[in-house]
Design a protein around this ligand. Structure first.
Ligand SMILES: NC(=O)c1ccc[n+]([C@@H]2O[C@H](COP(=O)([O-])OP(=O)(O)OC[C@H]3O[C@@H](n4cnc5c(N)ncnc54)[C@H](O)[C@@H]3O)[C@@H](O)[C@H]2O)c1
Length: 308
């Protein structure tokens, strides 16, 4: 076990645990920023294909494919994390699995190694509560695909030290990401709270027969969605005036869905096996061609935003 202190973020050695959808993309981002990266996965085939998937992404993005040589695939967890200054976990969304994994990781890392979980919704506090050095533990919530969506939410728990937060923010900034400090470990962090507040109302509009699902999506895309990349909601509120925002809220908020549970409309879709793309129908019907076209549109848009 190495005993040297944690390095400057720019030269940190990174270990990524889990080489699935998120893990291989996170490894790619750090490799592209010049970090030495180890990656591991308990499923041999996923580990074996991690580097070729990263190389294919780099090719597709017009980046130097040789960057993949910064990534070393390790079948052994202890070897993957032993020299790391920073370990980020992206295994399945399962609390006992993550708790057990971090307990094992902590046994193999040096004392100052920073430990991060990329969980979507599990409280970081619950994942990290059993650790001995909880001051070195954070949440880092990336968005898919990690190499095209800039945000990484850096989540502080009651135990996380200010140094750990500052170091982790600097690490992600240096890797070209847009880190956001989440000062309290709340469900949904920031991004998913905002996103799902919108989705709740979107579902409610359809449920109440005010419009159909396609109309909800067109309204968003043809209106405030156009401004969102350059105008956040609170910038927008300041732009129109807090007094006008208050006047609007006095009328609109009592009418907006505020139920504290998933909509019965959504529950019925799931009960009827209308699961969206995976079953061909959710809020709308989706042929395989329509699904492929929408996925391609999203990727094209994200690439254009990166280049723009
Ligand atoms: N998919 C998304 O859009 C997204 C976005 C943000 C956060 N997340 C979160 O990131 C994490 C990973 O999600 P994903 O979509 O990449 O899942 P995934 O299923 O694609 O990958 C998870 C990988 O973890 C591996 N794994 C399972 N147990 C392991 C262990 N003990 N040691 C090493 N590897 C192990 C699996 O073999 C698999 O390859 C989850 O916590 C998820 O909630 C996902």
């Amino acid at each position: 076990m190495a005993a040297d202190p944690v390095k400057e973020p720019a030269s940190a050695r990174i270990a990524v645990i889990g080489a699935g959808l998120m893990g291989h993309g996170i490894a790619q981002v750090f490799a592209l920023a010049g970090h030495e990266v180890t990656i591991t996965d308990s499923f041999v085939q996923t580990l074996d294909t991690a580097k070729s998937r990263i190389a294919a992404n780099l090719r597709d993005l017009g980046e130097d494919e040789r960057v993949v040589e910064n990534v070393r695939a390790c079948a052994d967890l202890a070897e993957a994390v032993g020299d790391a200054d920073y370990v980020v976990e992206a295994v399945l969304e399962d609390l006992p699995l993550k708790q057990k994994l971090f307990a094992e990781i902590e046994r193999h890392v040096h004392p100052d190694t920073i430990l991060a979980s990329n969980t979507s919704v599990i409280p970081i506090t619950a994942i990290m509560q059993g650790l001995t050095r909880r001051e070195c533990a954070v949440g880092t919530h990336w968005w898919n695909p990690p190499f095209l969506v800039p945000l990484v939410e850096v989540i502080e728990t009651q135990w996380t030290s200010a140094e750990t937060i500052a170091w982790t923010m600097k690490l992600h900034e240096g890797a070209g990401k847009t880190p956001a400090h989440v000062k309290k470990d709340v469900p949904g962090f920031i991004g998913n709270r905002l996103q799902h507040a919108l989705w709740r109302e979107a579902i409610s509009l359809v449920e109440q027969g005010i419009c159909d699902a396609e109309t909800v999506d067109s309204v968003v895309k043809a209106s405030f969605g156009r401004r969102l990349p350059v105008l956040g909601p609170l910038e927008n509120a300041d732009l129109v005036g807090t007094d006008l925002t208050l006047a609007i809220h006095n009328i609109v908020l009592p009418a907006i869905d505020s139920r504290p549970a998933p909509s019965p409309y959504l529950q019925k879709l799931v009960a009827d096996k209308k699961l969206g793309f995976k079953s061909g129908e959710g809020f709308r019907k989706w042929s395989p061609d329509e699904q492929a076209a929408l996925r391609a549109t999203v990727m094209k848009h994200l690439k254009a935003m990166r280049d723009g």
